[in-house]
Design a protein. Structure first.
Length: 397
């Protein structure tokens, strides 16, 4: 639902009831991920898309039907898949299947939803937990986690389910993932098993670009376009200026390894080392390879890479840590210009993050739209992983 947060926030402020259709499960190839929504208000106005067009008409009709019941009926589930018999039938021509939950939402009864949507519109972290399977009276109910995970609004059962779901929502908010989680039914205080879809709007992931060079200027622009909060860091004040890097969120003058030891990183952070100068690279990479960041890449020729590996090994970096290093940085696109190189680097980051192959789609088989890598659904595990991210100093994995 957060894909249409701005419109839903306006409808909530206007106390305008609406039907909400949300993708709660994807099988095979599908154009849009779990959590994507379409909404329809009482006047027939629609916003959003869940399939890129091929099932929108049928979903719109279901929304209108749910609205005609004025919320009296239970939420409805519908499954859409490919039809071999009729290419124009309701279905997904991409070959996948979507499981959609359609429910009526009365903003007057869910003030917490408006608060969560307001945070999303303001680009503050927020999560909305939506029950998509379980007892009939709980399906479609929601609660929200705001203020960086510290405040919970709304209620499911007013008891153990609230606590369990809020804990999972906080963990996924810290991890930055929208995901389905299962709670209850296993002696943890909630007797009824629930399946909950946690919609997450996290803070922007970080891209740390070390080396105030032309490649860094292009990479900071590409990183910003992809939604990263970009920092450019270099020890040379004459080069590390905001005028040279207008697309970066911040430009820092500091020794790279010192800055990295003092800043906050997490599993979504991308570290891009573009200096290819050993006096900067080695202490920086030695630290980076010991931190729980998502991606580490370093620029340089293959000869530079071989020498870099030797120096890192001599500095005490283990082989399993060296295996995390993407060097020479980027995919083989034949890139030469800074702009082309930035595309090469960001393409590798995307492929690494989403477990992609990096191969041309024409050479592959199977679904094009694959599910994103599943995050940990265990709140305690996510909490431990997040706690290991540095707040300064060095952290061992």
């Amino acid at each position: 639902m957060l894909n249409i947060a701005e419109t839903l926030h306006r409808w909530c402020r206007e106390a305008r009831p609406f039907a909400l259709a949300t993708v709660v499960e994807v099988t095979g190839s599908a154009p849009l991920p779990v959590g994507t929504s379409v909404a329809v208000d009482a006047d027939g106005n629609a916003v959003g898309s869940i399939s890129g067009g091929c099932v929108e008409g049928a979903v719109y009709d279901l929304c209108r039907q749910v609205l005609s019941d004025k919320g009296a009926g239970a939420p409805q589930r519908a499954r859409f898949g490919y039809s071999d018999d009729d290419a124009f039938a309701v279905g997904l021509t991409c070959g996948g299947e979507l499981d959609v939950l359609v429910q009526c939402v009365d903003p007057a009864g869910r003030p917490h939803l408006a608060a969560a949507l307001a945070d999303v519109v303001a680009r503050r972290p927020a999560a909305v937990a939506q029950v998509v399977a379980g007892p009939r009276d709980l399906v479609g109910s929601t609660l929200s986690v705001l203020a960086g995970g510290g405040v919970t609004y709304g209620t499911l059962d007013g008891g153990p389910a609230d606590k369990l779901v809020a804990e999972e929502a906080r963990a996924l908010l810290r991890a930055g993932h929208t995901a389905r989680v299962a709670v209850g039914g296993n002696g943890d205080g909630c007797p009824e098993p629930l399946t909950v879809l946690v919609h997450v709007h996290a803070s922007r992931p970080r891209m740390l670009v070390f080396g105030a060079v032309d490649f860094a200027a292009a990479l900071s622009q590409a990183g910003t376009f992809l939604g990263y909060r970009v920092t450019v860091c270099d020890a040379r004040p004459v080069f590390a200026t905001t005028a040279r890097f207008p697309h970066a969120d911040e430009v820092v003058v500091d020794w790279p390894h010192r800055y990295l030891s003092q800043t906050t990183v997490d599993a979504r952070t991308a570290v891009c080392v573009l200096t290819h100068d050993a006096k900067f690279d080695i202490p920086l990479l030695r630290l980076a390879l010991d931190l729980p960041v998502g991606y580490i890449g370093a620029m340089g020729s293959r000869r530079t890479h071989d020498e870099r590996l030797r120096l890192l090994s001599e500095a005490g970096v283990f082989e399993d840590q060296l295996a995390r290093l993407h060097s020479p940085i980027g995919l083989d696109l034949g890139a030469r210009t800074p702009e082309e190189t930035a595309i090469s680097i960001t393409a590798e980051i995307i492929a690494h993050t989403n477990h992609g192959t990096g191969l041309p789609l024409s050479r592959g088989t199977g679904p094009i739209h694959r599910p994103l890598p599943a995050p940990s659904h265990n709140a305690r595990a996510v909490r431990r992983a997040t706690a290991s991210a540095p707040r300064g100093g060095r952290t061992s994995l």
